[in-house]
Design a binder for this molecule. Sequence first.
Ligand code: CTP
Length: 414
Amino acid sequence: MKARGRSSSSGVDLHGKKILLIVTGGIAAYKSAHLVRLLVRSGGEVRVVLTASASEFVTPLTFEVLSGNPVPAGLFAPRSEPGVRHVELATWAQRILVAPATADFLAKAAHGLADDLASTVLLAARCPVILAPAMNEGMWQNPAVRRNIDVLRGDGKHFIEPGSGALACGESGSGRMAEPEEIVRTLLSSFEPGDLAGVRFLISAGRTEEDIDPVRYLSNRSSGRMGFALAAEAKRRGAHITLVHGPVDVEPPDVDACTRVRNAARMKAALSKAFPRCNVLIMAAAVADFTPVTRADAKIRRVEGNLSLELKPTPDILAILGARKKKEQVVVGFALETGGGGRFANEKARRKACDYLVLNRVGERTGFSVETNQISVFKDGRKVLATGIVSKEEAAAAIIGQLAADVRLRRMKR
Ligand code: CTP
């Protein structure tokens, strides 16, 4: 973002918004001074809490001058100060930002520890909390840190993933705090949850299972995470969500209607029924491409020699619904990239009449059954979005953000 963090693309700014910034002890704390500046410039009323180690990096005075508000010295207020300091701050704030959030602070927050003002305010918080972690790459990848992040996500906390680049330890890698401009952008968008209000999304997720006999089936490794993250993000932005999902490894998010199916034929039936009433179809499900020609009624017994299984193609749901699409409907398909790249993506988008095609990279940390992804989005033969390796939630936010800007959706919202 080149702009100085004044307002979001939809014109929201921070006037009248109360932001509590918690700065914890990492070198990225120097960037938090700039962050306060951007928040104040965007119209926000900002109060800052520093942990003891944060004030080793940047003094409270810096934040007092930039925010125009006193920085409290600790958990215990002098008797002359009215109210209970941590409760007063927690009820005052409309958003709590933690930037940088150190590994230590994440661990404390995940376990509900409250031994200083910062951790106590967080525990007393009633508003959305957004954390921007910063640490060395080894720490960022550490299973203990990942566990704490999962716990905090499960508690409804939002994360702004760190970026990659030079780290203070001299190494280069992921763990670098997101730039202040990106943090402001995320904060602004958190104040516009209703920007997709009135838009009806139909989203498929998970895998399908194609029965061979009563005990065996053909399937794939899709976990359902990507489709669910898309549904959660569109819901967060106010859209009406109908979810149709196959078998998955995770709990579906809270949406307006949710149908569970097992195989491609059932998924086609459920989606076909809901499709005419939707504004946007996102086919994130990994539908099996083939299904057995016949399903044996009894368990197939072991035989001498090889056994051949005759398969037939499943209905291509995306292509079928893409062909039925009305002009004002938006259809989004997914493709798995194993090396081919954009050329195949564009060909697939044309063949299946998709407005957008999301290319999913398959790798060790991307694609099926992992929690991160690397995606590119194609529209009219052009790449309009590409992410690095990010969490599926981040990828979903990028995809939904792209769709929200689609002129047809903008018209629907009016
Ligand atoms: N899809 C579908 N019905 C099918 C198979 C796939 O609707 N029977 C949808 C998927 O939900 C996804 C897209 O089509 O949106 C994926 O297309 P597919 O041709 O399966 O692509 P890839 O998985 O990328 O692989 P390949 O082209 O190699 O088959």
